[in-house]
Design a protein around this ligand. Structure first.
Ligand SMILES: Cc1cc2nc3c(=O)[nH]c(=O)nc-3n(C[C@H](O)[C@H](O)[C@H](O)COP(=O)(O)O)c2cc1C
Length: 187
């Protein structure tokens, strides 16, 4: 099981980083291999809605999504971490997800691959990440991806989440859970 971890925060060493790192440790403890990338390190252009991919099953843009498409293809499961920005995902995360449009005609790139989502935010409200989780719930259902878990935690200063023992344990367990998950879908 190869778990591909995507961190959509531009703040390295921040709360998304702390929690996804913890989930990575859990996934490794559960027997998985992990690869983690920072989306901010990749030059991802917006989808132009040219629809070329609907004919060719391939995005015609020559940018850093090329290596990411390759990694998506070979991944068995995903953990996506994004800070909550204005009750939604970060811009880096949205650019990346929009480019999944090129995978619509390549069902096996995503279908059956378990997904977990981690979304720290500054407010203490339990509803702050609702739109983020709702978006991924719909995406997972649309692409036949089992959504194995969602986690939010409060954090505004960099690494605040690291002081939250319960959140750290929850992230670790989420990683273990995704390592133990299997699709159950014939791909
Ligand atoms: C542009 C921007 C928008 C934000 N919007 C929200 C928000 O809507 N709700 C909230 O609770 N926190 C919001 N925050 C705070 C971040 O979600 C919080 O600091 C989070 O821990 C950042 O994660 P990171 O450390 O991984 O970057 C925002 C921060 C930024 C920079």
């Amino acid at each position: 099981m190869n778990v591909f971890i995507l961190n959509g925060s531009p703040r390295k060493g921040g709360n998304t980083d702390v929690l996804t790192e913890q989930a990575a440790l859990g996934a490794v403890a559960g027997g998985a291999t992990v690869e983690k990338v920072y989306l901010a390190d990749y030059r991802i252009e917006p989808c132009d809605a040219c629809d070329a991919c609907l004919r060719t099953a391939r995005c015609k843009k020559d940018d850093d999504m090329r290596p990411l498409y390759e990694k998506i293809w070979w991944a068995d499961a995903f953990i996506i971490g994004t800070p909550v920005y204005w009750w939604g995902v970060s811009a880096q995360t949205k650019l990346f997800i929009d480019r999944w449009y090129a995978l619509v005609e390549r069902r096996e790139a995503l279908a059956g691959k378990p997904l977990a989502v981690i979304a720290p935010h500054g407010d203490a409200s339990p509803h702050t990440a609702d739109h983020v989780f709702g978006m991924f719930r719909e995406i997972a259902a649309y692409r036949d991806m089992p959504l194995v878990g969602t986690q939010w935690a409060v954090g505004r200063p960099r690494r605040q989440a690291a002081t939250n023992t319960a959140a750290m344990a929850e992230a670790f367990e989420l990683g273990k859970k995704i390592a133990a998950s299997s699709s159950g879908y014939p791909v």
